[in-house]
Design a protein around this ligand. Structure first.
Ligand code: 9MR
Length: 613
């Protein structure tokens, strides 16, 4: 069966002109940012070496001439990878060009020194969102290669609630309505559309928009900068893209007056129970997704599975509220009708989440991810922050000023931990909080960023994440930490924060234990075979390879237990470039969004001298 498929698909791919991929260069012991370093920015490479003593290094130009040299700074064993490492610092080289580093007979991958290393990556990473759009055809003129064009997936997504039995045999009753949820972005390698993850991703892009404006770079994504069907409409392209998702979030809200039977006890190691019929108006469904997993490849337009709305949750509701409230200030002058709809949805959602504060997801459905989250105080804080900044209503200020998140310890922003998204907005977006509260929020963010700098000092790879804990989507964990550092830099202009952001960018583009650029199309050893149902050439040559600018989820130390090939891996080494390895090599909107944020932020703030010390 498999062999048959191979026999007739390979010649077809050849007639379509698919180029055989260039062989991958071997991994080097000298790890560099494979796209390059800013002309006047910090420049660090990492050497993995069993040798404890300092070693000589040379920086070679394209003719092989030594243009700079020095000695490595031994670090010891890096806890995040298990490797013994040493640092190579070449901040003082400011001549633009292409280089390699050499230590003994080892050579790094080639890299550049240039003024704007991150600009192209930011643009390519934004294109991911267009290409993940649901409900519309992906047109050849807006994608980097013609084979990436595709027919619209799920173009008429009017869906009703899941009804029938879940995996544990519990019968869910469904509902007596349907919602038109056409549009939005597919989440990842699957074609589910999830509110909590879509919301955080939209917030991230919208936050970037607000921040670029505050940094004086409001035109970074002006109309025409991205390849989009909305080109020429006079609106900012990043906002055009984000609006696709905000509209979807609004469409997931249950109309007033609807009642629904939902389970209040879920994910307690037993079948869902405690079904009650409630007034569900204003709550937000958690997801629209296939009723069973589809195989790879499955083009969105060819998805054969029935799709349903899955039960509303308090987390999804507050998540929509946060983003709708944020949208209501961003589009205030630009689109008053959209603002009115967003603000009305946010207000209704807030009331519904107050009325139903404890409705959690069930992970007993198959065909889609759970995104289950039983702590919603952070979503409530985030939603209150966005509503307050937009409306100034003191009722929301009350929620903020009494919240533990003002002094909470967490440094990680994620789909399930959203308090920092509230903090970041409150710290830098003009609002009517008392000056002392605002000062306290800023001080808290600086404290958290300092904690990241302390971790960086303990990391052999000089990352603001020490230790061997690399979770599912660890690349985004790092990039989300880089966002916190970026906000700390915006508040304080302390160069060390921005330098630590660059460390994260360097890591993602190749300065890591696998000598791997985790972004397709960038660097000489990029990820090539993501887990994705359409960019599935590795699974079936009739499907396209991924476009450039797509971020792998990255090392996942949990993968070592289930994946024989990763057995015994440590932190950064728990990854492989395999389309089937979905726990390490999937792609997702909440991972590409902070990639856009960090690369665009670095590009907008270029020219800052390296940190001392
Ligand atoms: O990003 C999610 C990660 O934090 C979870 O540990 C993991 C398992 O529940 O799920 C990840 O999200 C996936 C989602 O459930 C379905 N679409 C693909 C997402 C990325 O792998």
């Amino acid at each position: 069966m498999r062999r048959n498929r191979g026999l007739w698909t390979i010649p077809l791919a050849l007639t379509l002109g698919a180029a055989a991929p260039a062989p991958e260069p071997a991994a080097s012991a000298i790890r560099v940012d494979q796209i390059g370093y800013e002309t006047h920015g910090p420049k660090t490479a990492i050497l993995a070496t069993p040798t404890e003593a300092p070693q000589d290094w040379q920086l070679l130009d394209t003719a092989g001439r030594t243009v700079a040299h020095g000695t490595t700074e031994p670090f010891g064993v890096d806890p995040g990878s298990g490797e013994r490492v040493a640092r190579i610092r070449f901040d003082s080289v400011t001549r633009p060009g292409r280089y390699r580093l050499a230590v003994g007979s080892a050579r790094s991958q080639p890299f550049a020194i240039l003024d704007r290393p991150y600009a192209d990556a930011a643009t390519a990473a934004m294109s991911f969102f267009y290409q993940q759009r649901s409900g519309v055809p992906i047109l050849a003129r807006y994608v980097p290669r013609p084979d990436l064009a595709r027919a619209a997936g799920h173009p008429h997504e009017r869906v009703t609630c899941f009804h029938g039995r879940d995996q544990r045999g519990v019968t869910w009753p469904g509902c007596d309505y349907s919602l038109d949820t056409t549009g939005g972005w597919y989440d990842a390698g699957d074609q589910g559309k999830y509110v909590v993850n879509g919301g955080l991703s939209a917030w991230t892009l919208l936050d970037l928009h607000e921040r670029l404006a505050a940094l004086g770079d409001a035109n970074a994504f002006a109309d025409g900068r991205l390849a989009l069907p909305e080109n020429g409409n006079g609106n900012d392209d990043l906002l055009d893209e984000a609006k696709v998702e905000v509209r979807f979030l609004l469409a997931m809200q249950i109309p007033a007056g609807r009642s629904l039977t939902v389970a209040f006890t879920t994910d307690r190691g037993a079948p869902a129970r405690d079904f009650r019929t409630i007034d569900a108006g204003g709550l937000v469904h958690s997801k629209v997704a296939d009723v069973a997993w589809t195989p790879l490849p499955t083009a969105p337009a060819a998805d054969p599975m029935p799709r349903f709305l899955y039960p509303p949750t308090t987390a999804a509701t507050l998540n929509m509220v946060a983003v709708a409230a944020q949208a209501a200030r961003i589009w205030r002058e630009r689109d008053p009708a959209f603002v009115a709809a967003a603000l009305a949805a946010a207000t209704r959602g807030w009331a519904a989440a107050t009325r139903v504060p404890d409705l959690y997801a069930s992970s007993d459905f198959t065909g889609s991810g759970g995104y289950g989250d039983r702590t919603v105080s952070d979503e409530r804080f985030w939603a209150a922050a966005q509503l307050f900044v937009t409306t100034g209503d003191p009722a929301y200020a009350q929620v903020i000023t009494t919240s533990p998140y003002l002094v909470d310890d967490g440094v990680d922003l994620s789909w399930g931990s959203t308090a920092l998204a509230g903090m970041m907005t409150l710290a830098t977006t003009p609002n009517r909080l008392p000056a002392a509260t605002e000062a306290a929020i800023r001080a808290q963010l600086l404290r958290l960023a300092d904690r990241l700098l302390a971790e960086r000092a303990r990391s052999g790879y000089q990352l603001p994440m020490a230790g061997r804990k690399y979770v599912w989507g660890s690349n985004a964990t790092l990039l989300n930490r880089a966002m916190l550092l970026g906000v700390a830099w915006q508040i304080s202009h302390r160069p060390a924060y921005r330098a630590a952001m660059i460390d994260v960018a360097d890591y993602v583009f190749g300065r890591n234990a696998l000598d791997r650029s985790y972004v397709t199309g960038f660097g000489s050893r990029p990820m090539r075979h993501p887990h994705h149902r359409f960019w599935a050439q590795a699974a079936d040559p009739r499907f396209p390879a991924p476009p450039p600018g797509v971020l792998s989820g990255g090392p996942n130390d949990g993968a070592g237990t289930a994946d024989a090939q990763l057995k015994g891996c440590i932190g950064q080494t728990c990854w492989r470039d395999d389309w089937q390895a979905f726990t390490v090599n999937e792609v997702a909107i909440n991972w590409n969004a902070p990639l856009v944020w960090v690369t665009a932020f670095l590009d907008a703030t270029r020219g800052v001298p390296p940190a001392k010390g």
